[in-house]
Design a protein around this ligand. Sequence first.
Ligand SMILES: Nc1ncnc2c1ncn2[C@@H]1O[C@H](COP(=O)(O)OP(=O)(O)OP(=O)(O)O)[C@@H](O)[C@H]1O
Ligand SMILES: [Mg+2]
Length: 303
Amino acid sequence: MRFGRTVTITLANQKGGCGKTTSAVSIASALSDQGLSVCVVDADPQCNATDTFGIDRDQLTHEGLYTLADAYLGKKPAREIEYEFDDGRFGGLLTVMPGHRALGTVPHRLESQLQATIANDDYSDLDADDIKNEHRHRLKQSLESLRGVRDVIIIDTPPDLGFLMTTALIASDYYIIPVFPSGYDLKGLETLWRTVDKVRERYNPQLALLGVLLGNFDSRPKLDNDIQQMLTQKFGQGVVFATNIHRSVKHREASVYGKTIFEHAPDHPAAEQFRSLAQEVLKRLGPVAEGEEPLPLMEANRG
Ligand SMILES: Nc1ncnc2c1ncn2[C@@H]1O[C@H](COP(=O)(O)OP(=O)(O)OP(=O)(O)O)[C@@H](O)[C@H]1O
Ligand SMILES: [Mg+2]
């Protein structure tokens, strides 16, 4: 542990295929390369992050190992769920809380448990609210076991604003919004902000935007450059990361081969861009790394 305190960051955008998983995995492994201890939390039932690390999910379940679903359904501490690579990969500095298909059914299962509890016992409607809130804090509660153990926790989320995304935001200090120029969707971003505002109001006033990340970027089409300008205007210069991640087939190849970009193409610009992005992330986390309280970053031109 090199940071003064553990920092949790969620990759958030309900738009599908905008670089959440690629960024979560690549930022995490770049930070571990810098000597930080990092845990990647795969909160997406698609389990793309787990697969990108080449972790065999069926094998995990077969061996009776836990997945993130156990944090929600069995209140297991993250420390007991973390998958540690035993082959010296990432210098022992990177762990994964693996995803599971069953994550998609977690909200329904918790709701059924709630209904059963209310039906059987002497519970009021307000007690039901308390139970629901406890469910929403289960990820945060589980991650408490990594406080003082990991420098950074990075949460990959599914492409919707449901329970899994909400619980990730409740558990986080910061969120990063990845955007692809091809999928730029202003209305979608407004909806994401409304959700963030509600999470701040009700559960987590400290939640702050760490930055907006433009990925799958091609400097040739005018559209991509226009969107970069629009984002900078909308969010302010210091909010959009100076490093863009350029379009490259290397990212897709890496995920298909179960590797990170640094293992698949360490000398390619695709890897270099994520190294540079990780430096920016570290700079923005500077005061936190020193153990100071985080400074909320304001979304400058919102609304
Ligand atoms: N810079 C890039 N250049 C080319 N392809 C990319 C780049 N970044 C990501 N991709 C590819 O684009 C697809 C979507 O990326 P990714 O899976 O990271 O998005 P996501 O937001 O996690 O998607 P989902 O919402 O489905 O979880 C993947 O096939 C990925 O390999
Ligand atoms: Mg994904």
